[in-house]
Every structure is written in C-alpha cells, then in structure tokens.
Design a protein around this ligand. Structure first.
Ligand code: ATP
Ligand code: MG
Length: 707
C-alpha cells in the first residue's frame, strides 16, 4: 500500500498540515530518506510523521521501528510526539509502541539479550567511569599522570573508540587529523592498550565501558549470522534524528542494524553539530546521498518555529561560520508572524544581569506567557546558580534541566519506594488518586507550603503526580506495576517530567527543544566561546563549535529572544569582560565596543604547596597528591579516587568539564574531612546550597560506603 491507496482522511491526518517538502519526505517510498535542514524547519515533526506513515501504509509494524537519537531528553521528546500523534491524529496507528531511544540504550538492551548466546556464561558489568582503570593503566606504563592527565587520557581513549581507532592506529590517526593531544601519542597509545587489557577481565566478569556497549553490539551482529538474522527480523525500519552528531562507532552500529537493507530515514543540520569533541561528525549526514544514490533527499528552508526577527539573527550568526560547515549552510526563512526584535543587554556584573532577566521574565509572565514557555540558557551548568537566586527572589518557579537528575532527588526516590510498597489498588480506585494518597505523607499537601526547601520538595512531588496523570491519560489501562516500570524506565533514561516553571538549561541540553521566550545569558568572550576553545586559536574548529552553540541557542526561541552579558562576575569586580566575539557586527552594543578579540587567559594558580608541611611541591606525584610524598597523609586516597570517578561520570552526563561539578580541592577537602551529613558537607568551601542539593546525596553516599 502506498500514499495513493491510503484512505484520504488518513493521508490528510498525516500530512495535511505539512508543507510540500515535508510531505515529500514523509510519503517517500520505503527506502532511504535524508532530510537536510536548518533549525525549526520541522525535521523532528517530519520523522515522526514518516514513522506514522510507514506504519499506516502497512510497510512496518510499530514494534519493528527503531528510532534513535543522541540524548535521553531528545529520545523522550520523540516518544512524547509519537504518543500524541497516536492520540490526536485518530489514525488508529499505534505509533506510541515505536521504540525511541538513544544509541546507548538501544545497544545496552540488545547486548543484554544477545550476550549469553554470543559470549556464554561469563557476565558483563558496565564500567561507568574510565578514570580508575585509566589511572592504573597509566601507572603500569610508568607514566606519571596527574589527575588532569588521567582525565585527558580518558578523553583521548573515548575519542579514539568513538572514532573506531585502535591503540595501534592511534598515533597515525592523530597525526592525520592534526589533533591537539595532551601527551606524546605513543604514550597515550600505550595507556589505551593497557586500559583495554585491564578491563578485559576482572573476577571472570568483563568490564564494558559505554563505547564497548556499541562495539560489542555491532560485533555480535556482524560476526554471528543467527544473531544478525534474529535482530533484522525484529527491526525493519530505522530513523535517526540529529544525525549530524553521529560518531563513526554509532554509524558502525547503525550499519550492523541495517545489513544490506536501506530502510533508513535520517534528519539533521550540520550547523547544529555541537558534540565534535566526542568524535561526532556531520560527514555521514552530508555524504548520505553518496552512500545511497537513490535516496530521497529533501531540504527544508521554512522555519516554522521562530519569528522572522529571530530567524534573521540566527542567519547572521551562522553566516559568519568558517571551515568545513560553511558550505552546507542553508538560509532559513521565518514563517511566523513578525515579533519583537531580539534585545541585547550589557550589565555591570552577573548579579545585575540575573536581576534584569528575572525582571523581564516577571513582565512576560504578567503579560500572559506561561512560565513553562520561558527558558534561560547558558554555556555551563555552573552559571545557573545566580539565576536560581534571582528567580527565587522574584518568586518565580523554575526547574534546572540537565544538571540535576529529577529521579535522583531524595523525595522522588522515596516516592518510588513508597509506591512500590503500596498495596495494589482496587479496580475502582483511580491510579492518580492512589498515587496522590501515597505521596501526601511525603509532602504533597493540597496547597504549596512556605519555605524554599519545602516548596521545592512539593513542586517535585506535584510534578511526579502530574506525570502520573499524564501517563494515565495516555494509557488508561495502566496499573501500578506498569506505572512503576514506566517510571523506572524514565529514571534510567533520566527524562524528568515537565515542571510548570521557567527552564534553566545549558545550551547542549536545549538542543531540539523550543520555548516562546528565550534568554541567552552570559554571552561574554571566554564564556561563549568558552576559554578552553580559545586556546586552540581564534579560527579553530572548537571556536566554530561554540558559534554553532550560539546558533542552537538563538533558534530555540519562538517569539521573544533576549541576549545578555556582564562585564564583571561579581558586583564591584573588575569590569574586564567583553561581549562574545560572535556578537560583533550583530549586536549594536557589541559592535560599538568592538575592541578586537580578547586574548584567552590561561588560568594559572599559585605554585602548588604541600598541604601538610606547606613546602613547595615539584614532582608530578607530589603535586597530584597535594603533599610531599614523604609527608604523612590524612586523606582517604581510595575515597578521593572514587569521588573523582563519580565526578567524571557526572560531568560527562552533564556535558561540562569536571571542575564545574567540583574542583580538585573540594574533592580533596571531602576526602580529608569525611563529612557525615549535609551540614558538614556544606561547611566545605566550594559547596553551596545548589551543589548540596545537586550532588549532596551522591557524595554523602560515597563517604558512607568508603572501603
Ligand atoms: P531542530 O533543528 O531545532 O531540532 P526541527 O527541524 O526538528 O528543529 P521541529 O521541532 O520538528 O523542527 O519543528 C519546529 C516547530 O515548528 C515545532 O513547533 C513544529 O510543530 C512546527 N512545525 C513544523 N512544521 C510545521 C508546519 N508545516 N506547519 C506548522 N508548524 C510546523
Ligand atoms: Mg528536531
């Protein structure tokens, strides 16, 4: 059956509200389809419709479609759209049953299934953090590696594995791409080889890192015809959103999934490539039609998300892009009615900037914009704190996305336990009522309580209750067991429910999402572009990636867009900052104060001193230990190592450098003072209310469980 033979109402429900190009992509015959298009042009909308079309036309059963993307949030967004399509379109097509998940989640699931058959009795264990194993491999290779070196080494191993480069091939590969590397290539290769060997077996159990999940999945399908046959029978149709961020390793998995079939729809925007530092490359997107010469290639230029004013700013910012992406640029054409011109605000310091943003948000809310339609976006999560304070002061509810895990909040974990223990509700007890009754003793009162902490707790519990309402609305047959399964899946995928407050998020976490009003804050040179990108040179690819981040940020706004920066960090501080170089010639103020690019400053602390005898430290080991090797240690080194592993995993999850989570000194202070409770933890310099809330439970648990 094709589009011609679909019932007219079905076709109209599927593509009636799409433009010609989108429709072409949706209704393309079974086979390869590539949508190359800019932000807000309806790529995600198009692929969810294509899935519905393939199902409605009988090409594939919903359960045979595998839709993949790169972040759990984006996967959650896709699931939500597929579900609402099932409800709203009234097609009788169960698009809600389509599997939409990240590459890693898909690989993990498949590996669980195939492992016993492919490998046998020995099990595997997920290695959440490379840090410990890399440190061991470095020391076995007689490399004196500081904490930073170990972190850099882990980053290199990750890049190499994502790029399908073996230890033997590492040196040549690095030379070929002219990669900036932290140590001698041969040394890195030795550590990489040692890391792989050390991980291979421990207590008869294989340790697998995140990349191994993908590698083993690909290998199982590539090497075992029976596995391949079973898998390919199970999944027949593949869809990839945000394809510009695929790594060679993920592509290999995708190839294994496909075999010699070509039922693949990809969509992406090369100008939104913001994960290159992990090995992602838009090359596969841009070369798609070379690989599949008969692919339907569709370009979309109409931007349905944003006003012409916002679109024009986005076009201007990305027009200045240099390097390999410049050739793939598309000029977006805004489709919405005209709106306000984006504003640019310069402030004396960050506190003033945040206060101004809070005030503008209050005005917007008073004029009718729902808080959930407003976002404040920044480069790194640590920037959220000053906004949290300003919004709290202004009495505006907010939620921090990306940084904090909703499902790791204490009250939410307690709630899940309580729900698990709750007696099975009778057939006539509506599930939402039962859930509310269970949550009430945990703090879900009818009216929100006074006090910031109690109020936050209440908001989290309300969000959980509303999430249950939503689930039940979508799946009325849901019982307690199925609900708990769904909640646990969400917890694994870290997809929190939407709280009805203003969103605070990093630019990385905002990809694919949209709001009526967006505040892009902290647009100072050195923050965006971030200083460590600038160390690669003004025209370097890392700086270009920062420009694309700004482009991603701008294109999140539907109507109202405000860009701002502060000249100093703290009130009364030296006003040495300049607006982001990307605003030169774009923002009126920025062009007026254009004083040329500012020099990146390398951060250099004071000379390291021993924390026991205060003598100067010179050897790498003593510097890493922060004490003379001969001075007595009062630190729990194992705990410190555990804390660092945890920090690395956390920072990776948040997409920020590790020091943003905690500096080394803070971790050392924790490993020395062994705080037993929140009060002791918050007494440590570098741990404020926000960090306590975000990381306190994890850190206290590590301290408690130390060997
Ligand atoms: P991004 O690159 O940011 O991921 P995208 O290309 O995936 O963006 P979507 O999120 O699918 O874009 O669409 C952007 C917005 O425009 C959504 O609100 C979507 O519903 C709306 N939209 C898309 N196509 C149309 C259309 N033909 N008519 C009206 N609205 C549309
Ligand atoms: Mg999208």
């Amino acid at each position: 059956m094709d589009a011609m033979t679909l019932e007219a109402p079905v076709t109209s429900a599927l593509v009636g509200d799409l433009d010609d190009e989108q429709r072409e992509a949706v209704l393309a015959p079974r086979g390869p389809v590539c949508v190359l298009a800019g932000a807000g042009t309806g790529k995600t909308r198009t692929i969810t419709r294509r899935i519905a079309y393939l199902v409605a036309a009988g090409h594939v059963a919903p359960g045979q479609v595998l839709a993949v993307t790169f972040t759990s949030r984006a996967a959650g967004e896709m699931r939500a759209r597929l579900r609402s399509l099932e409800q709203d379109a009234g097609l009788g097509v169960a698009t809600g049953a389509v599997q939409a998940m990240t590459f890693h989640a898909a690989a993990r699931r498949q590996l669980h299934y195939f492992w016993p058959r492919v490998v046998g009795d020995t099990g595997w264990e997920l290695l959440d953090s490379k840090f410990g194993v890399v440190a061991t491999a470095a020391s076995r290779a007689s490399i004196q590696a500081s904490t930073d070196d170990v972190r850099d080494l882990a980053g290199e191993i990750e890049w190499a594995k994502s790029s399908l480069i073996s230890p033997e091939g590492y040196a040549a590969a690095v030379a070929k791409v002219g990669r900036d590397i932290p140590l001698d290539a041969a040394k890195i290769a030795t550590v990489y080889a040692g890391y792989e060997a050390a991980k291979a077996r421990r207590d008869g159990t294989t340790l697998l890192d995140f990349d191994d999940l993908l590698l083993h999945t690909a290998a199982a399908i590539e090497n075992d015809p029976a596995v391949a046959a079973e898998f390919r029978d199970r999944y027949r149709c593949f869809v990839v959103d945000e394809y510009q961020d695929v790594t060679p390793l993920q592509q290999r998995v995708l190839n294994a999934w496909l075999g010699d079939r070509d039922d693949l729809t990809v969509v992406g925007d090369a100008n939104q490539t913001i994960y290159s530092f992990t090995g992602a490359t838009p090359g596969y997107l841009l070369d798609f039609s070379r690989r599949f010469p008969d692919a339907a290639v569709v370009r979309l230029e109409r931007d349905y998300r944003s006003t012409p004013q916002v679109v024009s700013l986005a076009n201007r910012v990305i027009a200045a892009a240099r390097g390999r992406m410049a050739g793939s640029r598309l000029q977006l054409v805004g489709q919405r009615d005209p709106g306000p011109v984006p504003t640019f605000g310069e402030h004396p310091d960050e506190v003033a900037e945040a206060a101004a943003v809070a005030k503008a948000i209050r005005t917007l809310i008073a004029a009718g914009t729902p808080p959930s339609e407003i976002a404040v976006l920044y480069r790194i999560n640590a920037q959220s704190e000053v906004y949290e304070e300003a919004l709290t002061e202004a009495g505006i509810a907010y939620q921090v996305r990306g940084g904090e895990g909703f499902f790791t909040r204490q009250e939410i974990r307690q709630s899940l336990v309580a729900l698990q223990r709750a007696p099975d509700p009778g057939p006539d007890d509506p599930l939402p009522d039962v859930v509310r009754a269970v949550l009430e003793p945990l703090g879900l009162t009818a009216e929100p309580p006074a006090g910031t902490k109690a109020r936050e707790r209440w908001e989290a519990l309300s969000a959980l209750a509303e999430l249950v309402d939503e689930e039940v609305a979508v799946r009325p047959e849901l019982d307690m067991r199925a609900l708990l399964t769904e909640l646990r899946q969400r917890a694994d995928a870290r997809h929190p429910p939407v709280v009805q407050g203003v969103t605070l998020a990093s630019l990385h976490a905002a990809k694919g999402l949209e709001w009526d009003a967006v505040f892009l804050v902290g647009l100072a040179d050195g923050t965006l572009p971030i200083s460590h990108a600038l160390t690669h040179g003004a025209d370097s690819e890392p700086v270009e990636e920062e420009r694309r981040l700004l482009y991603v940020g701008i294109t999140r706004a539907r109507v109202y867009l405000a860009l701002s920066w502060a000249l100093a960090r703290t009130p009364g501080g030296r006003q040495g900052r300049r607006p982001s170089r990307f605003l030169n010639g774009v923002a009126p103020q920025a062009s007026a104060t254009d004083a040329g690019p500012s020099k990146p400053r390398r951060q250099r602390g004071p000379a390291p001193r021993c924390r026991v005898c205060n003598g100067a430290l010179s050897t790498p080991t003593s510097i890493m230990l922060r004490r003379c090797e001969t001075c007595p240690s009062d630190i729990d080194e194992q705990l410190l190592a555990d804390l660092k592993e945890w920090r690395l995993a956390t920072s990776k999850e948040m997409g920020v450098p590790a020091y943003v989570v905690f500096t080394d000194n803070t971790l050392i202070a924790i490993a020395e003072t062994l705080p037993a409770d929140e009060a002791a933890l918050v007494a440590i310099p570098g741990i404020g209310a926000r960090k306590l809330e975000q990381f306190g439970p994890d850190v206290l648990e590590l301290v408690r469980n130390r060997g």
